[in-house]
Design a protein around this ligand. Structure first.
Ligand code: COA
Length: 328
């Protein structure tokens, strides 16, 4: 029976690399502190490119690898917290324009670092219901544009990049299950407080730097570890799959310590885990598809490989997915 499958993956990272030593010159921090607390060594920063440029380059690669033409795509959904424009047009519309499409469903979603898991759930529903044939999902972020480069508690964590995948119906190698969730009561722990309807843009919101990301890192950290561990245990149990059967565990790349904690609880080996946090930092909705692409390009991810994905982010939102890779 035909079901939704991830038939391709693509990614793009901007060229410029910002090292921990560069950050030592910008804020009071050290390479040693950043590596010990986060596992991050470098992150890529977009200079002359905006979020839709990053998303377009990842999307183009994913469409080519799916052996499709842009005109075969009938829905484009972009997850981002750093859109080209605050309200409109959507970044998905901007990417559709770059792809040369003028008649396609296109919209953005906002689920922070869990964006790509939410995208999988939406795309699966659209293709399995018969509403759409080939759904292009994109996680694209220019987080450097919403980062306070004077706040050492956040600026060392984030980077820019994009990842994309095409979801279509196939006979085998399906998306087995997707779980998404949220708890809005903790929204203020990870927030961009300014420039929305609560604090419309004014000189005051700019002076207070409310348009940048604010995070209570330590509190987020504790909730993330507990929530993610329970979530991946649940999705494995629900589907009768043992952690030893997973070919690749591809978590959201926020912090090496969070990933290691979940890895240890599940008893996953290093060979099963895909890690890109050291070189890319946290790229929010882009981090999972960028990591899937890394595994694909290094030959670790093959047609039929069983992947376990998990993510946690602002909202709070979280989720996990089990899928066999349908790309070749
Ligand atoms: N360099 C040096 N010192 C720093 C620093 C930096 N870049 N950032 C913070 N510090 C200091 C703090 O000021 C604090 O100093 P104090 O003890 O004198 O007050 C000390 O380091 C410890 O800060 P704390 O925030 O408790 O550190 P931590 O071990 O929690 O690590 C994070 C901070 C941000 C790396 C960590 O909390 C984290 O990764 N949080 C979750 C991120 C995440 O997953 N986000 C959600 C998903 S996107």
């Amino acid at each position: 029976m035909k079901k939704a499958s991830m038939i391709s993956i693509g990614a793009y990272v901007p060229e410029f690399i910002l090292t921990n030593h560069d950050l030592e010159k910008m804020v009071e921090t050290s390479d040693e502190w950043i590596v010990k607390r986060t596992g991050i060594h470098t992150r890529h920063i977009a200079k002359d490119e905006v979020t839709s440029d990053l998303g377009y380059k990842a999307a183009k690669q994913a469409i080519e690898r799916a052996k499709l033409a842009p005109s075969d795509i009938d829905a484009i959904i972009c997850a981002t917290i750093s859109p080209d424009y605050l309200c409109m047009p959507s970044t998905a519309c901007r990417i559709s324009n770059l792809l040369g499409l003028t008649n396609v469903t296109a919209f953005d979603i906002s689920a922070a670092c869990t964006g790509f898991i939410y995208l999988l759930e939406i795309a699966k529903s659209l293709v399995e219901s018969g509403m759409k044939k080939n759904v292009l999902i994109i996680g694209a972020e220019k987080l450097s544009s919403i980062t306070n480069w004077e706040d050492r508690g956040t600026c060392v964590l984030f980077g820019d990049g994009a990842g994309a995948a095409v979801i279509s119906l196939r006979e085998d190698n399906h998306i087995i299950d997707v779980h998404t969730s949220s708890d809005g009561s903790k929204g203020e722990l990870l927030i961009t407080p300014g420039c929305g309807s609560v604090n419309p843009m004014s000189q005051d919101t700019l002076d207070k730097k409310l348009h940048f990301m604010h995070m209570a890192g330590n509190e987020v950290f504790k909730v993330a570890v507990n929530t993610l561990t329970n979530d991946v245990i649940d999705i494995l149990a629900k589907n009768g799959i043992l952690s030893s059967q997973i070919d690749l565990f591809i978590p959201h790349q926020a912090n090496l310590r969070i990933i290691n904690a979940v890895q240890q609880k599940l008893g996953l080996s290093d060979e099963q885990c895909v890690l890109t946090v050291a070189k890319y930092g946290n790229t929010s909705s882009a981090s999972i598809p960028m990591a899937i692409n890394d595994a694909f390009e290094s030959g670790r991810l093959k047609n039929g490989s069983l992947m376990l994905l998990d993510a946690f982010g602002g909202g709070f939102t979280w989720g996990s997915a089990l899928l066999k890779f349908g790309g070749k």
